[in-house]
Design a protein around this ligand. Structure first.
Ligand code: 7MF
Ligand code: ZN
Length: 885
């Protein structure tokens, strides 16, 4: 907790550290109430010139003793403040020994060293190490760690830290110890320690060059049977990184620990990854297909950090996307190779549009490489991660896969063992390819989602097609004017039969002809001309979502239906359907707002229903793709497309179109539902998951006819008869929106079946929080007092509170403001316990500018109420104050 006006940290103020740490030795005497930490730092002044004071970071520490080169320091020899320890004039090389006391069991922030279900564990990224001991807690201070852990042998038989185990043994009083040494220099944010009574799943992996690596996944006893998929994912990720990037694992040991209380998804600590157990544990009865996919992605992500993050790390936290954007890109590529590439791309774009686009259009918009922050934990954002990954993906599009690989090789060769910047990464890409990327670098410094307006014109006499592209980028906080960006825009033209027209740009040789052309859009307005073109039927823009932009293009429903049916690029086929549906839905929203209740409204264009029917009948399509292609755009995406958001009209319009499609295609939908029943024997593989996805997407349509008893029966039967969590959850998701006795029966049944499995109970909480029924807030409020809920467990908070505030726009934005009051109440309760999680949930309140006046006032009033709280954390203060603007 800090004062009301915390300091802003600026990127331009970066200075290299005044001291280096040659080595560090740590000793932990673990006790839940009070743990003693001894640290021995071998320090050296970095510059040759005038001596500077040594300023160590520290937070919530009790200093027990301090000595320099063996001499005990008195309180006159140093200055102790809230967040730092200063030694005014130390020698140029010296040894500092520090003894501190910390209180792991009382650490509800889950940053630094804390206890979760009787397991000691650490979370040090970004600035948690300073909550363990005084240190130069910044990523450009890299050193080697030797860590001794002492603890009660019976309660904590497993003692882990980074690197190699060098010694272990017995101590007096029922205690034991272990000594770990990590040979690779690392910043403090990658330090980890775990101690507890844990079970383990052990396996091996032989690297390409023959290193035999011992792999272990540690979990609470009784959960080891649910670690098989995570282990398999890890081995596949290790192999994939060797094949795709030539990157091998570098130690003989790789440990993963899964804990139930964790602020985020997982953490890439060197050779000791720590996970939220939600991203490790899975079996068919308790995990959905998307849980399996999440495990595969997150296990790979953390493993990939070993090179992109650990061996090569960030110079300062403004460079966070250097490791995160790149590692998300790598995990996305991995998952694309494991499953369906187009389906993965569609899902990634859905998330980008649901989280990053709104962030980029709101009061918290910031560049991929931010210029300032108050609390760094608030900058682990969709922009840094997901837009950052899009920027890396565009580099690969511009340079080609081989050129990108050359760039990666040079990046690793140049910077292994260093703490570097986003500019260093781009320089390696440019140098390896002889490419010019200066304009491209604006993607790192300019916030906001560019808008690209496209229009095409065919000159029949000349047989030429002209494409005019205009780009602009809306103003964002601190950036009123934007420069034109380098946008790689993939386009194609379809002929009357739906085939690609081969395109050759004016002035380029015949060898440059291709079906898809990536246009190097660089000017505010630019025309591209193609010669020898037969008359096109439709234009396909931003194929594969080659750039994270909003495309504006005038296209008729007929053109969109044509692209939906024929585009050779599967992403563009999906996108055509989304834009077609969006046009219809936004038109209906406008009609509802003009006074109609929708029932007397103009009927929806039947061409859309026909297009859905065509997808349902097309046996050549991947089932997972078909499921995506028939799913309507989400309420959040539609909201983003409105000037003044009307959550009720959006919900009503979307329900109406779903009902319309369901009514017209009931027979067809039933046929597909029956044809995709399970075939006995569950597997989480992409093929089976695809069948389930399509069948459940179809059921979601059919459920709109729930006034028919046989449809209600269908949903209930799926709930009861399911042999896997995907089907059971899908049915329950539909039932929570249907008022009637079946609803509560199913929810009670689900609770009783899974009451001993915390991760499944999270699903139970989340489903109730996203229900569209009018009493949802009352139910959510009741659930706060349910024994399954706890404000001290981030997974519970996200499941119940987070699902309501960011997954239920209809009820969260209730006109009476009750959702906002609820949100502010929970924020103020949670902030003293866990400010990181409280701040991360706050974004929806900041979107007030996009709503009608009545809601605006109510949302602002709650933000003001939060800010009036005298003991606010920096985390919540930053989000709330920036949200008010
Ligand atoms: C896949 O990035 C994608 C993103 C920081 C914590 C994990 O490895 C991480 C950590 C946050 C938000 C998202 C992710 C992570 C964190 C994440 C995980 C898997 N360095 Br905060
Ligand atoms: Zn990461």
């Amino acid at each position: 907790m800090t004062r009301q006006e915390p300091k802003t940290v600026r990127r331009e103020d970066y200075r290299p550290p005044a001291y280096r740490i040659e080595t560090v030795e740590l000793e932990f005497d673990l006790e839940p109430e009070t743990t003693r930490v001894r640290s021995r730092l071998d320090l050296r002044a970095a510059g040759a010139g005038s001596r500077e004071p040594l300023v160590l970071d520290g937070e919530s520490l009790e200093l027990l003793s301090l000595s320099l080169d063996g001499r005990k320091l008195g309180s006159d020899d140093y200055a102790l403040e809230d967040d730092k320890l200063t030694i005014p004039a130390p020698p140029s090389a010296f040894v500092l020994e520090i003894e501190t006391a910390i209180h792991p069991a009382a650490n509800t922030q889950l940053s630094g060293l804390y206890v979760s279900n009787d397991v000691f564990c650490t979370q040090c990224e970004a600035e948690g190490f300073r909550r363990i001991t005084y240190f130069l807690d910044r990523p450009d201070v890299m050193t080697t760690y030797r860590t001794t852990i002492r603890a009660d042998r019976r309660k904590y038989p497993v003692l882990l830290s980074n690197g190699n185990l060098v010694e272990e043994g017995e101590l007096d009083g029922g205690r034991h110890f272990a000594v770990w040494h990590d040979p690779f220099p690392k910043p403090s944010y990658l330090f980890a320690l775990v101690a507890g009574d844990l079970a383990c799943n052990e396996d091996r992996f032989t690297t390409r060059s023959g290193r035999d690596v011992r792999l272990r996944i540690f979990v609470e006893h009784g959960k080891e049977g649910r670690t098989a998929y995570a282990m398999d994912s890890l081995k596949r990720a290790m192999r994939w990184d060797e094949e795709r990037f030539g990157l091998e694992y570098d130690l003989d040991l790789f440990n993963i620990v899964a804990v139930s209380d964790f602020n985020m998804g997982a953490m890439e600590n060197k050779s000791l990854n720590v996970f939220n157990d939600k991203y490790i544990l899975a079996d068919p009865a308790t995990a959905t297909d998307s849980d399996y996919a999440g495990i595969e992605t997150v296990v790979a992500h953390e493993y990939f950090h070993n090179w992109t993050g650990n061996r090569i790390t960030c110079r300062d936290w403004f460079q966070l996307s250097l490791k995160e954007g790149l590692t998300v890109f790598r995990d996305q590529e991995f998952s694309s190779d494991m499953r369906s590439r187009p389906v993965k791309r569609i899902q990634d774009v859905r998330t980008l549009r649901a989280h990053q686009f709104p962030e980029d259009a709101g009061p918290l918009a910031h560049p991929v490489r931010p210029d300032s922050y108050i609390e760094i934990n608030n900058f682990y954002t969709a922009t840094v991660y997901e837009k950052g990954a899009e920027v890396i993906g565009m580099l690969q599009t511009v340079l080609g896969r081989d050129g990108f690989r050359e760039g990666m090789d040079l990046y690793v060769e140049r910077h292994d063992g260093q703490a570097v910047t986003c500019d260093d990464f781009v320089a390696a890409m440019a140098d390896a390819n002889g490419a010019e990327l200066e304009q491209f670098k604006l993607w790192y410094s300019q916030a906001g989602t560019p808008e690209v307006e496209v229009s095409g014109q065919y000159d029949a006499d000349a047989g030429a097609y002209e494409l005019t592209v205009a780009q602009s980028c809306p103003p964002t906080p601190g950036q009123p004017e934007k420069k034109p960006m380098h946008i790689p825009l993939a386009v194609g033209l379809l002929d009357g039969q739906g085939r690609d027209i081969r395109l050759r740009p004016e002035g380029e040789p015949e060898s440059a002809v291709a079906a898809t052309r990536v246009l190097p859009v660089r000017l505010p307005r630019q025309t591209f001309r193609f010669e020898n073109v037969p008359e096109p039927r439709a234009l396909s823009v931003n194929r594969g979502f080659s750039a994270p932009v909003n495309v504006k293009i005038a296209q008729s429903g007929a053109e969109r239906a044509f692209l939906m049916a024929h585009d050779s690029d599967p992403f563009a086929r999906w996108e055509a359907g989304q834009q077609f549906a969006t046009d219809l839905l936004l038109r209906r929203v406008a009609e509802i707002q003009r006074g109609g209740n929708g029932s007397g409204a103009t009927p929806f264009d039947p061409a859309f229903t026909e297009a859905v029917a065509r997808i349902l009948r097309d046996e050549t399509l991947e089932k997972a793709f078909a499921a995506e292609a028939i799913a309507l755009p989400g309420e959040d995406y539609l909201a983003e497309r409105m000037t003044v958001i009307d959550v009720e009209a959006i919900h009503a319009a979307r329900e109406a179109l779903r009902r319309e499609v369901a009514r017209s295609l009931e027979g067809e939908l039933m046929r597909v539902y029956e044809a995709n029943r399970g075939q006995g024997g569950f597997s989480p593989d992409a093929a089976q998951a695809g069948r389930r996805a399509l069948r459940n997407a179809v059921l979601a349509y059919l459920a709109r006819l729930a006034d028919e008893p046989e449809i209600r029966r269908l949903v209930i039967e799926q709930y009861r008869g399911a042999d896997n969590m995907t089907d059971r959850m899908a049915a329950l998701r539909l039932l929570v929106d249907i008022d009637g006795p079946e609803r509560q029966e199913a929810l009670d049944d689900f609770y009783e079946r899974f009451r001993d499995n915390a991760l499944v109970i999270d699903k139970w909480l989340a489903l109730q929080a996203v229900s569209s029924l009018p009493n949802t807030l009352a139910r959510v409020t009741e659930l706060l007092r349910h024994p399954a809920f706890s404000l001290e467990k981030p997974n519970k908070v996200r499941a119940l509170i987070g699902s309501f505030t960011s997954g239920n726009p209809l009820r969260y934005h209730a006109a009476d403001g009750s959702g906002y009051t609820f949100h502010a109440d929970r924020t103020l309760e949670l902030d003293p316990l866990n400010p990181q999680v409280a701040a991360r949930l706050l974004a929806p309140l900041g979107r007030w500018r996009r709503f009608d006046e009545g809601r605006q006032e109510k949302m602002k009033a709650q933000l003001e109420r939060i800010l009036a709280q005298p003991k606010l954390s920096r985390d919540v203060y930053e989000i709330a104050s920036k949200s008010l603007g």
